[in-house]
Each structure stands twice: as structure tokens, then as C-alpha cells.
Design a protein around this ligand. Sequence first.
Ligand code: SF4
Length: 489
Amino acid sequence: MYHGVIFGVNGELSNARSSGPHRMATYLREQGWDIEVCDFAFFWQLEELQEFARSRITRQTHFVGIGQLFPVWNTTLEQFFTWLKQTYPDIKIIAGSQQMGLYTSDVVDYYVQGYAELAMVELLQYIVGNGARPRFVLTSGARKIIAATDQYPAYPMQSLMIRYEDRDFVQSHEFLGIEFARGCIFECAFCNFPILGVKGDSTRDSEDFYCQVMDAYDRFGVENYFIADETFNDRTDKITKFADVVQRLPFQPWFTAYVRADLLTSRPRDREELARMNVLGHYYGIETFNRKSGQAVGKGMNSDRLKDGLLEAKQYFDQYCPGRYRGTISLIAGLPHETMQSLRSTVFWLRDNWQGHNWVLSPMMIQKPSEILKPSLIDLDMAKYHYRKMSDDTSVTKFVSNDYPEIAKQAEKALVMWENDHMNIGSAMRFVSWWESYSQQFDFREDGYRMCGVTDTAMSLDQRMQYRKGKLPFQTSVQWYIDKKLSRC
Ligand code: SF4
């Protein structure tokens, strides 16, 4: 049987077990491959990674995969994969990401961008010698890139099954990733997710969902999930379909999901169906309370109505699901027409109305053209949205280097140093920094997705709900898992 290993690479910002490698492993096993996943690879020592590779790689091993959501990487991983390439030169290294494909290691042979099940089957058949050459996109370096979203679209999928194996050492207190549909029905101007403007029902089969969560519950005792769908409540009938399944479960799960608050506001039935399904961690991509800004990017509900809708939702879920609801309001500093004054009034509204819950504020990012990343409408034509390139970005570059070292590494290559009539990327970042530190004196709590991280000790949902924003003790060594994988315990 052909064999492969997939390394899940998530950094400290996203410290849950990533579902992508396990979804790919499940799909390839259905095609007859033996696939093992190695999670949390970002936190392993070089010697541990080498020991793991030596114990797993055989003549049947044809590829080693790297699966990641965000473009995180470190020196240890670069050393490990360089060593792997030198030690096993015939084994192909394939890196993939559903969206954030900025990975640029020299040792990668192939990069697969987007939902990759079908593309990987094509590529692996080619690698083992009995398949046609896949369609690669042009690239300036030696790497070959498959644009899976365009060339081998893996959506919609009736099955989005993930089956964990005993050798995954899943623990009952973990929160696992899950999908219900792929793509988003909207197309906001700043959004560079790969599949936008989806029409019709693209959801997975309800029994497929039932089997997945029952399997994880029966074998590992897992009850809690984070949903990967771009907009979980895009259709009310979608929520109803899966809420009916949840009602049949012998346990009470908890889900966190990306939820459009304008739909929640205009369709009160969404609230009831989300509560019935136990989708109680809500991440609201509000982006701005400046209506003109919202209109410019495709989120134009009247701001006062939206704020009322958020407060009504909070009241509803706090009443019907006490202690289990967490709402996170996500905002962008620097959208068109946003001013420092409107930003300030937004964060003071949060201070006065949203304590006990969570907020996320990010600076506006405009990407330079990339051979891998899909551009947003703003990336494609920033002048149309009133942005221009800064004439002098020296102070911004310095600020970014000091305060955002991770962003700084990529900024020069990947991001446009933008300005508009109201602010620039530097002042937007400074505002984010100021609000981050000012808000620490208030009672904001950890957000639904962050709560799903792997923590230092086994922690229940109730315990996680108590933590202040940014204070959950995430585990960054995952030594127990590493010892299990290396049969040390
Ligand atoms: S920002 Fe959210 S709602 Fe808008 S297109 Fe992207 S995923 Fe869809």
C-alpha cells in the first residue's frame, strides 16, 4: 500500500489541532493510501521530528505533506525538511493551504493551493508513475504550484468526513475542526477567500455529519467543535438541516462559527436554529460601524440597526443558553471612509456594550499581486476604493518591524503600504495597538475560536468561558502528544 505522512503546521496564533491534514488523510485513505498525520509540528524539536520520520518512512512512502491554514514557519521546520530532502531524496514534499499560501521554503517540490482533495489524487497518481502530469500554474521559482480551486475544484462535497485514528491520540477535552459547506455566498470587497459568490445549497449530507461526530464521541469522547465554513448562517435551511441532526445526538455538543450578524438581525429564526444546534460561539465579521464604509465593501446594514441586532442576539443567547454563548465582533481599521473619529466611537461602543464578550480589530491589509493568493476586489483595484500607495513609508516600515515582527517579515514582500484621505497602514496599526492595550482594563473574554486551542491541562468549556481576552494558557510544547507519537509513554 502506498504511504504518506502529513505534518500539520499551526503556530501559536492558531493552537488547535488543524483539521485540514486530517480531512486530506481521510480522503486519501478512501483512495487506498495509508496516511499518518503528525500534528503540532511547529512545536516539535528537530531531533524529535527526525526520530519520527526515521520510524515512519519506508520504501512505500511516496510523499510528505505540510498542511497549514496560516503561513507560519520556523527554523526548526526548515532544518527538518531540508534534512528530510537530503536523507530521502526520492520522497516528494508537498505543501498545501486552503487559502493563506505564503509558504516559501526551498525544499518544497509542489504547492497545492485551495481545497485539495481532487488535486492531490491527480498529483499523487503522477508521482507514483501511473497518472498524467497535473496542470501547474506558472511560477518564477523551482516550485510547481497547482491552483486546486480553479483546476480541480473540490466543492461542493457531499462528504466532508474526517475520521481520526488511534494513532492521532485525540483527547476528549479537545475541540476539533469541522466543515458543513465550502465557499461563501457573498463577495465582500476586502475578502480574498478562494470561493466567493456561491449559489444554491452546497452542504454536506446530514448523515455524513452525524457519523463524523458520533465516531469522534464514541472513540475519543469529543463533544466540541470549531466550524470552518466562511459564513455558517448563509442559509437558514442549512442550520435547520444540521440542527435536526444535533437533536438526535446522545450528548450536547458546542460549536463556534463565523456568523453574519446582519443576517442574524434580519432573520430572527436564525437565532432559534443556531441555539437548537448549539452553535453558541459566534464570530461576527462586522468590519465597521461606519455605514458608508460598510456600503463600500459589501456590508452596508444600517449601523444602529446592526448594533441593536447584536445586543438582541446577546440577550437572546444569554437567556436561552446561559454561560455557553460567546460573541466576538471582528473589525477592520482602515476601510474606505473610516476615520479615526468613527473608529474611536466604535471601540467606545464596544467598551460600553460588549464586555463579557470579545472583539478583534485588525489593520486593513492590501496584498501585492501573488502567484498563489487570490486577490480581493480591493487588491485588484485599490484606487477604486480610494487607496493609494504611500509616497514615504519609512516610518511605517520601522513601526511594523518593531511592533509586528511577524507581519514585518512578510510585509515588504506581500503588502502594499497604503494610505487614503483619513489614515495609512501605520496609523491603522497604531490605533489597533492602542485599543489592544487600553481595552485590557475592561472585562473582555476569550473568543470562541481561541477557546478551541490546546490548553496546558484538560479544560472544560465552562472553564474556558471564564478566561479574559488573551489569557488562556495555551500549550505550546504538546509534549504529551509528541511522547505518544514517539512511543515514549
Ligand atoms: S468577508 Fe465573510 S461574508 Fe464577506 S465574502 Fe468573505 S467570507 Fe463571505
